[in-house]
Design a protein around this ligand. Structure first.
Ligand SMILES: C[S@@+](CC[C@H](N)C(=O)[O-])C[C@H]1O[C@@H](n2cnc3c(N)ncnc32)[C@H](O)[C@@H]1O
Length: 321
């Protein structure tokens, strides 16, 4: 964080967006950037200390749950907010005391793990990957399944509130289904978080989540429910089966032609855990099946059997044919 040392104590300037983010995290009071032009008060400094505390706490706690701090750095706000609420619930006043509480109550680790689920998602996230999927990959996977007279099987792992599997259902319905009339596509979507799965079943989203849906598909398949809420047509929703599963403990059988594992395993789990899970995913893929990862997450290429880079820039991989 940058400060201006030339200003007197109490009137130091912090980068506005940075501090805004940090204050939003700890209190909803700071609604706009205008608040930040006011002098930095003791309260504010306490809050900044609070955020630093939360970061140090996470750097200590995440590896104990086989998770990597690096993945959380940019999204820690969501986790810190939940953590603060949990601490309030327990009448615990600082992160050090919460650490002591964890030591005395090992069952609390399970609660803490749930607080780390990052729910950020949107329809057609990483749009270029979706273009590649729609134009090249999915037609080829579909043609291959049709040639072998079998269904096309897809899995969205860590599906959050359904944005990813529903994007796939939209793509299939509006672009490819007519090209493969005899072919059935199955989409299975799994997530460890029950609340997110409830939202997926409701299938209604704020505008910010649906803004990358191609206009024509949006007009055909979404209905406005409230000012900023848009609900997906039931005939699209029906194409997706949701299941609660913790990817570290269980996985669907497969074999899958297409697997989305975006912004979960590579991003949030430590290297060894990621290698173990990706190898299990590899076993569940069809020969020449496609694995889509988030654009910015690492993949332990050398340690995962039979999976090779298909497009490095888009972080797309392929199982050996
Ligand atoms: C950042 S979201 C990614 C959503 C979507 N894949 C995307 O890229 O937009 C990560 C999702 O993984 C889920 N998740 C976290 N830990 C999990 C686990 N152990 N097993 C299954 N899902 C998990 C979270 O609940 C959350 O929905």
């Amino acid at each position: 964080m940058s400060t201006d040392p030339s200003l007197p104590e109490g009137r130091r300037k912090f980068r506005a967006t940075e501090i805004h983010d940090k204050l939003q995290m700890v209190t909803p009071k700071y609604r706009n950037i205008g608040d930040l032009r006011k002098p930095i008060t003791k309260d504010t400094e306490n809050m900044i200390a609070e955020i630093k505390d939360c970061s140090s706490f996470l750097q200590w706690a995440l590896p104990k749950m086989k998770m990597r701090w690096r993945g959380f750095r940019k999204v820690k706000r969501q986790v810190c907010k939940r953590l603060l609420l949990r601490m309030q619930e327990l009448h615990i006043h600082n992160h050090q005391s919460y650490r002591e509480f964890l030591d005395k109550h090992p069952q609390e680790w399970e609660k803490l793990e749930k607080l780390t689920h990052i729910s950020i998602s949107r329809f057609f996230r990483d749009y270029k990957s979706w273009e590649m999927l729609g134009k090249k990959l999915l037609p080829s996977l579909a043609a291959n399944a049709a040639r072998h007279k079998r269904d096309l099987n897809c899995w969205s792992a860590g599906c959050a509130s359904g944005e990813e599997p529903y994007s796939l259902a939209l793509l299939w319905n509006h672009k490819l289904a007519s090209e493969f009339p005899g072919l059935t596509m199955h989409i299975l979507a799994t997530d460890a978080d029950e609340h997110l799965l409830q939202r997926a079943w409701q299938s209604c989203y704020p505008e910010s989540n649906v803004k990358h849906v191609p206009k024509e598909w949006f007009q055909k398949s979404f209905q406005q429910q409230e000012k900023d809420i848009f609900c997906l047509d039931k005939n699209i929703c029906q194409k997706v089966d949701f299941k609660k599963q913790d990817i570290r403990k269980e996985m669907p059988e497969g074999p899958f032609d297409l697997v989305f594992c975006k912004n979960l395993v590579g991003m949030y789990f430590v290297h060894d855990q990621a290698v173990e899970i990706f190898n299990k995913i590899s076993i569940r893929m069809q020969p020449a099946g496609i694995l889509m990862l988030g654009n910015h997450e690492p993949f332990p290429e050398r340690e995962v059997d039979s999976i090779y880079v298909f497009n490095r820039g888009l972080n797309i991989y392929q199982k050996k044919g």
